[in-house]
Design a protein around this ligand. Structure first.
Ligand SMILES: Nc1ncnc2c1ncn2[C@@H]1O[C@H](COP(=O)(O)OP(=O)(O)OP(=O)(O)O)[C@@H](O)[C@H]1O
Ligand SMILES: [Mg+2]
Length: 231
């Protein structure tokens, strides 16, 4: 049992995870909670180095299992260096993607045997399972269009509410963003399937409404699932 709360954001490309992770962090910080916001792949200096390799659009053809092990390695370091210490200090840890992304990208929509991924998750995540996972759900087409706009924004095309600071990224779509529509449809299906199978942990939030509305629904889920529960 950890002292803090562990909240993860999951969902397809451009669904609004990073936007909402930041909004939730700001709101919880303003309410007086100690908050750590982090992301995967990455989140610790070593894991960020692995992230740069994993998402490199020019990466050589490689084994899907080797890639899954890189994700696992990054996650092990991130948990040890950042997530577990923050939880032990009583922080609310908000993580932008976590193990459900591995299950879906590498397993459900990918080419790694899900049982292998399950075994890796057991070894690496151990007892540090998310207390709450918010699945931000949007049709793949809309998410991809948003991600494309973000890579190549035109000021006229961006509403003020969409001008939200984001983590630095290159000008190229990463290796996952550049996969076809069918892959992204499958991702959506995979995240919804996890939420269906683990309703205790997961809440699906409609990502198509305005950022303010999504943020309200996210906060309502956090309040009802976490802050009203006795531990
Ligand atoms: N509810 C919303 N309505 C319209 N646009 C949005 C909404 N939420 C976020 N956006 C915009 O869509 C783009 C993608 O949002 P964001 O980066 O938060 O998504 P993400 O899920 O983190 O994407 P990725 O999987 O690529 O990291 C950004 O330009 C963001 O400003
Ligand atoms: Mg993001």
């Amino acid at each position: 049992m950890t002292a803090g709360w562990f909240i993860t954001f999951e969902g397809g490309e451009g669904s609004g995870k990073s936007t909402q992770a930041k909004r939730l962090a700001d709101r919880l910080t303003a309410a007086g909670h100690a908050v750590t916001v982090t992301r995967e792949p990455g989140g610790s200096p070593f894991a960020e180095r692995l992230r740069a390799i994993i998402l490199d659009p020019n990466l050589e053809k490689h084994s899907p299992l080797a890639e899954a092990l890189l994700f696992a390695s990054a996650r092990a370091d991130h948990l040890e260096q950042v997530i577990r210490p923050a939880l032990a200090a009583g922080h609310v840890v908000i993580c932008d993607r976590f193990s459900d992304s591995t299950r879906v990208y590498q397993g459900y929509a990918g080419r790694v045997e899900p049982r292998l991924l399950e075994a890796l998750e057991l070894i690496i995540v151990q007892h540090t399972k998310p207390d709450l996972t918010i699945v931000v759900d949007i049709p793949a087409e809309i998410g991809l269009a948003r991600a494309a706009l973000r890579l190549n924004p035109s000021p006229a095309a961006q509403a003020p509410s969409e001008k939200i600071p984001k983590q630095p990224r290159g000008l190229l779509a990463d290796r996952f963003e550049s996969r076809g529509l069918d892959f992204h449809k499958k991702l959506r299906e995979g995240f919804l399937e996890i939420a269906r199978l683990e309703p205790q942990r997961c809440v699906v939030v409609d990502g198509q409404s305005s950022p303010d509305d999504v943020a309200r629904n996210v906060f309502a889920a956090v309040e009802s699932r976490l802050f009203t529960e006795a531990r």
